[in-house]
Design a protein around this ligand. Sequence first.
Ligand code: AMP
Ligand code: MG
Length: 182
Amino acid sequence: MRVIVVGIPGVGKSTVMEEAARRLNYTVVNFGTVMFEIAREGGLVEHRDEMRKLPIGIQQEIQREAAERIAAMDNVMVDTHMLIKTPGGYMPGLPQPILMALRPDRIIVIEADPVEILQRRAGDEGRRRDADTVETIKEHLELTRMAAIASSILTRASVCIVRNPQNGVERAVSAVVEAMRG
Ligand code: AMP
Ligand code: MG
């Protein structure tokens, strides 16, 4: 089975996924890491948070190449984003051709409280996060849900919304595991 896990930066997506994948013996593939390897080899960026500032056309090329690599894998959970915040606007992380190539069975949306998201980002030393506000975070969360449903209609993948509050990681992991078993 192939599972796509999305969530805006700072929801705690990677933490929840690692544990769910361990329990179910799945491999986690981080879409951003695959893209970063491609972009770095091409001398385009030195830090993963520089990628979303590249011209959109270039991001799309790297995105396509990354998707080709990931589409060849099975029993995977793909750690990615429905919408990337670029200077040119929200760029779809899973535009239709890529979505169809990835053939997901489940789309899992991880969410958290906007204030907690801001706090998590502030404590995330290795990253160069955007200067968001509660309002812009709410917008990104809302649009992510919409994109998830649109993607489910195109692919037949079911959508599961999982909340990951502070001190609630265990419940979030259980919800992801349950969605994958169902
Ligand atoms: P992350 O570590 O999940 O925050 O991802 C790092 C970066 O990878 C993001 O800021 C994007 O630039 C890029 N990225 C991840 N997934 C996608 C995707 N599906 N399409 C385009 N860019 C992506
Ligand atoms: Mg992450």
